[in-house]
Ligand binder design. Structure first.
Ligand SMILES: Nc1ncnc2c1ncn2[C@@H]1O[C@H](COP(=O)(O)OP(=O)(O)OP(=O)(O)O)[C@@H](O)[C@H]1O
Length: 324
């Protein structure tokens, strides 16, 4: 196994001060003893709620933040004492416009960054053209970045991240804020990069995205690792459950309570959205609950009724509920 990221018992604490008069010091355990390895060529996902420690972990891996304790190695080198051996061989993408020059074209931005990497003019020209093609920006290459949409900016960020031909690409929430089409385009780019042999470590809040892209996923909660496995194996953790989704015209809280009393039902949750209400019922696989549910909903306007497969999101919620 060619292991390119090796993290063992990694910790990072932050000390913050609170209050005006009597300032009190507070310690935050952002990363609290996590261990994992990533193989060359893998797409590895870090999942977790806000504040779970994903960005802190990435910052330690890309040599921007020192660990408080533990082993943090990338490409066989320590990220804190041997950072110079790592920096040229990796790259990272944090969302938004950070680091791009709005008054320059996409091509000129890339040429500028190529210059910072000491890439010769000829090589810079050909690399820039190839990367712009890869991220689908060839036709917009000479237009000022200030006219770009969020999706185009994010694709340009990926192009910038590829300039030094990194062996590992770190991405912090690469599709956040993009419309569905832009996000899909970005996921296609990530797949192409994997086919080219790049190792990718990404964070995301979107379960379907992690499911679609990642070979393995690590779930973080309050700085600790609560699960690490392939999406398929993680879904097996909730295999003994099935889910039905019912769209109702009106919220029916009293009926939800009745449904929860049906034998075999584990949970019934009602969510109101703009158009109607979504009732999600989780139940033990094989339990015959549908007739009983329909009986309770008699006289209620039901827009749709569907049985769906367990998703990574169900597993994630189940896992975090089990911990709270
Ligand atoms: N520079 C800092 N000083 C103090 N506390 C910090 C600092 N950076 C992060 N933290 C704290 O560490 C914890 C982990 O933060 P981190 O940004 O790694 O989480 P995250 O999983 O990336 O969250 P999000 O999904 O919101 O980006 C949080 O409680 C956060 O408030």
């Amino acid at each position: 196994m060619d292991c390119v990221i090796d993290v063992q018992d990694l910790h990072r604490e932050f000390v913050t001060s609170k209050g005006w008069v009597h300032r009190k010091k507070e310690r935050v355990k952002a990363v609290d003893g996590i261990s994992f390895q990533v193989k060359r060529g893998e797409v590895f996902g870090l999942l977790g709620q806000n504040g779970a420690g994903k960005t802190t972990t990435i910052k330690m891996l890309i040599t921007l933040l020192a660990p408080t304790k533990g082993k943090c190695e990338v490409l066989g080198f320590d990220t804190f004492s041997q950072e110079k051996k790592i920096r040229n061989r990796i790259n990272f993408i944090f969302g938004g416009e950070l680091g791009l020059y709005r008054r320059l074209s996409a091509r000129d931005n890339l040429k500028y960054f190529a210059c910072l990497y000491h890439i010769g003019q000829e090589e810079a020209d050909s690399r820039t053209a190839r990367i712009l093609e890869l991220v689908g920006l060839s036709e917009k290459a000479d237009i000022l970045v200030e006219t770009f949409s969020k999706g185009m900016i994010q694709r340009l960020q990926i192009a910038r991240g590829l300039l030094n031909d990194p062996e590992i690409l770190f991405m912090d929430e690469p599709t956040v804020g993009l419309d569905p089409l832009g996000a899909r385009m970005l996921r296609d780019i990530i797949r192409t990069l994997k086919e080219e042999g790049k190792t990718i470590l990404l964070t995301t809040h979107y379960m379907y995205e992690a499911d679609e892209l990642c070979d393995r996923i690590a779930i973080l909660n309050h700085g600790k690792l609560v699960a690490i496995d392939t999406p398929a194996n993680l879904k097996k953790l909730a295999e003994e459950e099935e889910v039905i989704e019912i769209r109702l015209e009106y919220p029916m809280e009293n009926k939800v309570k009745e449904i929860e009393m049906i034998q075999g039902v584990k949970q019934a949750v009602l969510q109101q959205d703009e158009k109607d209400c979504l009732l999600t019922v989780k139940y033990s696989a094989g339990a015959e609950i549908i007739e009983a549910v329909m009986e309770i909903l008699k006289g209620t306007k039901v827009h749709s009724f569907s049985n769906r497969e367990i998703t990574l999101e169900d597993v994630y919620i189940k896992m975090l509920e089990g911990l709270s």
